[in-house]
Design a protein around this ligand. Structure first.
Ligand code: GLU
Length: 461
């Protein structure tokens, strides 16, 4: 299919994960259909659009590998063209200049509100015959007033509205800046966009935008309005629910490939498949399988998927990734983390957790979690002293040490678990870690003894 789709973020803040999902759906649709995926930065809100936000959007696109075709379009650079279209619309009589003052409009609005009615521009200037050169004006569209508009939405199905609901909305403000409604349509038309895939919060805009297409005599693209993402409480996903920005999730240690996998499943499905690689997204994605009902963001599911991708990742790559989060002071520590990675990655859901857990290979514990107290009794100290002795004699190879520790447990009349947890407290300062035998083997005899002695000192002090 010769499709051309676009992602059109406004650089007015950090990129919401809902927007990231919109970008993904557009990208996947284009790649699946061998079409083009374009990027347009909608920076016409000059007060709120910043260079930093634009850079951040470009960065996100790169980090998530949502590569776009052609140069990206900066909407603000196209204002002349937007105005040119308005001039043509005026010439064709499908738009008109409105001279109503702010005060008049506000008065009418207040009046409507007072009477419990919804406000809509009343068309005072719609049929004016002559221009008034002395007054400032805005340009409004001459919307259809009778009949119906029908949208055949790929996701939402057929939706009809009475044209009597439509208002003569503004295309050009009195300071000659085009409105969002106009710019979007002109740009989509000029960029040859065939399918507009975006959040269902744009549905009401679509009926207005269809009026512009019609007034200009342009082909209306296909629309696909994808349901919004809700939080677990059924409300639109917002800061109240925790992190909502793509960047924050990366900072919290989620892998881009895991996030794409999770996000593509929010609204779209391929049977019961949970783990879907980027290649499979391209292979399988279709708007036909996008559901109508809103999806709920479930952090547990995301954690589960992220954990899967962590386990799949190469150990060396993971060390490299956690180096951005935790300071690994030297080659010895780095090498230990690398050797321990296989065991570490089985237990972590995020890179952040992985980085925290890798501390056991970087340094001896500087403090001990409260939960370790249980393993700081006299009997535990005796265990540690005995294990230290054994290690001095036979080293830290798991093959030799494990049976010795079993024997020790038996001879002291305690469960093996007590020996293991005591060792875990001493070596890690906490009770959750990879296998203690694996840790000892990796950090080596000297470091193990040093940690056991440190524990004894701490308990005896
Ligand atoms: N710039 C709009 C937004 O960020 C999107 C416009 C569109 O997709 O048509 O919400």
């Amino acid at each position: 299919m010769n499709c051309r789709v676009r992602f059109a973020p406004s650089p007015t803040g950090d990129l919401h994960i809902g927007s990231l999902r919109t970008a993904l759906f557009n990208w996947a649709f284009a790649r699946h259909n061998c079409g083009k995926f374009l990027l347009r930065i909608e920076d016409t809100d000059r007060a709120r659009s910043t260079e930093k936000n634009i850079a951040s959007i470009l960065n996100i696109m790169e980090l998530f590998g949502l590569n776009y075709d052609e140069e990206y379009v900066l909407q603000s650079e196209r204002i002349k063209r937007h105005i040119e279209v308005v001039d043509k619309m005026l010439e064709d009589g499908v738009a008109y200049k409105c001279y109503c003052s702010q005060e008049d409009l506000q008065r009418k609005k207040d009046d409507c509100i007072a009477r419990g009615l919804s406000y809509k521009y009343d068309g005072t200037c719609r049929e004016l015959e002559k221009d008034d050169m002395t007054k400032p004006f805005v340009v409004r569209i001459k919307s259809d007033k009778v009949g119906k508009s029908c949208l055949q939405d790929i996701v939402q199905g057929d939706i009809e509205t009475d044209n009597s609901q439509l208002d003569d909305f503004i295309l050009l403000r009195s300071d000659m800046t085009p409105t969002y409604m106009l710019s979007v349509v002109v740009d989509d038309h000029d960029m040859g966009i065939t399918h507009i895939i975006r959040g269902s919060d744009h549905l009401t805009n679509t009926f207005r935008q269809m009026q512009i297409y019609k007034a200009c005599g342009w082909d209306v693209p296909y629309f696909a309005h994808i349901p919004l993402i809700y939080g677990q409480d059924g409300q639109k996903l917002s800061k109240r629910h925790g992190a909502v920005n793509a960047q924050d999730y990366l900072k919290d240690g989620y892998l881009p490939e895991a996030m794409l996998n999770y996000l593509v499943r929010l609204g779209w499905s391929h049977g019961d498949d949970e783990i879907i690689s980027k290649r499979q997204i391209v292979e399988w994605f279709s708007l036909d399988s996008v559901g109508k009902s809103p999806s709920r963001f479930d952090i547990q599911k995301l954690n589960h998927i992220n954990a899967h991708y962590l386990r799949e990742k190469d150990d060396e790559d993971l060390v490299h990734l956690i180096e951005g989060i935790v300071d690994i002071p030297n080659e010895v520590a780095r090498n230990n983390v690398l050797r321990g990675m296989c065991g570490l990655k089985k237990r972590a859901s995020t890179l952040k957790e992985l980085a925290e857990a890798s501390a056991v290979y970087i340094d001896m514990p500087r403090n001990f979690e409260e939960s370790c107290r249980e393993y700081m009794q006299d009997i535990n100290l005796t265990i540690i002293k005995k294990v230290a002795n054994i290690i001095m004699n036979i080293g830290v190879s798991e093959e030799l040490l494990l049976p010795e520790c079993r024997k020790l447990a038996e001879s002291m009349g305690v469960k093996f678990l007590v020996v293991a947890q005591t060792l875990r407290s001493a070596l890690c300062g906490k009770l959750v870690s990879p296998s203690v035998f694996e840790i000892m083997q990796i950090i080596g005899q000297c470091d193990t003894i040093a940690r056991l002695e440190n524990f004894i000192r701490y308990c005896e002090s």
